[in-house]
Design a protein. Structure first.
Length: 248
């Protein structure tokens, strides 16, 4: 069983292999940037901001290891979680018309990133690859809106866990066992639930034999039932049945 790496920083670029190799090279489609790629890697410790809302939006990032939370602060001073980025995800593409950051991004653990200037996209990118990455993230945002509008707490938590499992599986990691780098409070803020509701729901899923939870360690024991709670057909997820998850 291969669990996604967290605090241990791997200096190889294998994380992008399930998506066809280096995402920077795919997006920019120019072999001449190889020297820049060697210098683009950076490590941020837990709790460090990658960027803040209102700063100049001059670059985008790819997560090599670790995880990122994006958020904004509402007019009444409350934090609204917008999303979580895992190894292989791209973030930092959103900006205002005046080229300012629309949100903030902070590390949830020690995280390794690749940074690419937006100028490369304007001058050299092949549009298809950028559109594909952006479309994936827009689809996730669309699903979140539908989920918040139509699902109860059980459905929201189940959908959230199934989404994480699918994302890890697509990157070659285990879809059955992974770490929740985000806090219960962050999950609740993202899903529109109270932190107590998140904790109670996870406990109830464990009592029903759907999963095992040990602090931030999660093991999905019955993925088909989890998907039924989420309102997702098994075929629709694109993943094999539970018996074959860890062989991927």
């Amino acid at each position: 069983m291969k669990i996604a790496p967290t605090a241990n920083i791997d200096h190889k670029c294998h994380v992008c292999e399930p998506r066809g190799g280096c995402l920077g090279m795919q997006l920019l489609n120019n072999p001449s940037i190889s020297d820049h790629l060697k210098q683009s890697k950076r490590i941020n410790r837990k709790g460090e901001h990658v960027f803040r809302e209102g700063e100049e939006a001059d670059s985008f990032f790819i997560v090599r290891s670790g995880s990122i939370k994006s958020y904004l602060v509402t007019e009444d001073g409350e934090e609204q979680v917008l999303g979580f980025y895992l190894p292989g995800d791209v973030f930092g593409l959103d900006s205002t018309s005046s080229q300012e950051r629309m949100s903030s991004a902070i590390t949830l653990e020690t995280t390794s990133l690749c940074r690419f200037p937006h100028a490369y996209l304007a001058d050299k990118a092949q549009g298809a690859n950028l559109l594909r990455i952006t479309a994936e993230q827009m689809q996730r945002d669309h699903n979140l809106v539908l989920m918040l509008a139509s699902k109860d707490a059980d459905g929201r938590i189940a959908s959230f866990l199934d989404d994480l499992a699918c994302r890890y599986w697509s990157r070659g990691y285990s879809a059955s066992a992974f770490l929740l780098s985000m806090s219960r409070q962050d999950i609740g803020c993202y899903l529109g639930l109270a932190v107590e509701t998140v904790s109670r729901t996870l406990t109830r899923f464990q009592e029903c034999g759907v999963l095992m939870v040990n602090r931030r360690e999660v093991e999905i024991l019955d993925h088909d039932t989890l998907r039924k709670i989420a309102g997702i057909r098994v075929e629709a997820s694109g993943m094999p049945k539970v018996a074959g998850l860890d062989s991927a």
